[in-house]
Design a protein around this ligand. Structure first.
Ligand code: ATP
Ligand code: MG
Length: 288
């Protein structure tokens, strides 16, 4: 290690350049050959071959052993790099989760501020309340991402369940009943779009199906139509849509948002009028 050069000692019992370890003497080792185990910068150590037999190690033995040591050195180097890479990856994962946690907290803060401001004016208040719900729905996505090991996809039943819980706070006149009959994983962008659709439909039901604080249920369901299509529906048992309502016509910000988001998720959106109330149904392909 000190000289950086290979060492042959063919007569350990007479060796004067270094001390022969007792272990070797105890096992009757008579000769030894050492080569450097080279790392990226400094050497890792030495590779040594010992022999009890008489005879001589030669320059050719050095060449052979150095070849083996070089392969070993490369293997060790690779293993170290792999370890370093894995550590970096883990660190990255932690950072990403931390960021999602922060984003969620920031969005929660923004939503909270809007809700506080909502107190001043009843009409504006309603608007701010709805804006706050939309922001909360996005915040919940980051909350999910923060808790999950995967960041590309979100599981919808857990996510929508969180959102329904949040919406209960702002729709005290309604019983929001969430029911999921399947787990549905979709990529994060689509998941957020779907969450916004549900937010919009639930706030609409609370406001239009049950006006002036009248009470009633809002059922939010998630299930599968078949292996490739998932269904999200929001159903109320309230007043029902006016006779002149048409899905394709203009309407307010809510329905326009729902239609745009449904389109972005490649979903099929339709409305069913029931004897009591309305059902909004979105079918989405889940392998797209
Ligand atoms: N669940 C429902 N029951 C009865 N009527 C509804 C329901 N959802 C929507 N509507 C009717 O459809 C109209 C359009 O809804 P949309 O969400 O686009 O607008 P908005 O709720 O009036 O306003 P915005 O969403 O822009 O705040 C509503 O004004 C209401 O008349
Ligand atoms: Mg609306």
């Amino acid at each position: 290690m000190r000289t950086g050069k290979p060492v042959i000692s063919n007569h350990l019992e007479n060796e004067e350049r270094f001390r022969t370890p007792d272990l070797l003497a105890a096992h009757g080792v008579r000769r030894a050959i050492n080569v450097i185990l080279q790392g990226e910068g400094a050497p890792y150590g030495v590779l040594e071959v010992d022999s009890r037999s008489a005879g001589e190690f030669s320059e050719r033995d050095i060449a052979f052993l150095q070849g083996a040591a070089n392969i070993l050195g490369m293997a060790i180097e690779r293993q170290r790099q792999e370890q370093a890479l894995n550590m970096a990856l883990e660190h990255q994962q932690v950072l990403l989760q931390e960021i999602n946690h922060r984003v969620k907290n920031s969005l929660q803060l923004v939503a909270g501020m809007l809700r506080l401001q909502a107190g001043d004016d009843p009409h504006l208040g309603q608007r701010l309340q709805e804006a706050s719900s939309r922001i909360m729905a996005i915040g919940r996505a980051h909350d999910r991402l923060y808790r999950s090991p995967q960041v590309q996809r979100i599981e919808m039943s857990g996510y929508l369940s969180d959102i329904c819980e949040d919406l209960k706070q702002v729709t005290p006149n309604c019983d929001i009943l969430f029911d999921a009959s399947a787990q549905v994983f979709v990529n994060t962008d689509r998941a957020i779009n779907l969450a916004l659709v549900v937010t919009e439909l639930v706030t609409n039901a609370a406001r239009h199906a049950y006006p002036n604080g009248t009470r009633g249920p809002i059922r939010v369901r998630l299930g599968r139509v078949d292996g490739n299509v998932a269904r999200i529906s929001v159903r109320d048992e309230g007043l029902g849509l006016g006779p002149d309502f048409e899905v394709t016509k203009g309407h307010g910000f809510g329905m326009r948002l729902v239609k745009a988001l449904a389109q972005q998720t490649h979903g099929q959106f339709r409305i069913e009028r029931h004897p009591r109330g309305t059902e909004f149904i979105l079918d989405i392909p889940i392998n797209a």
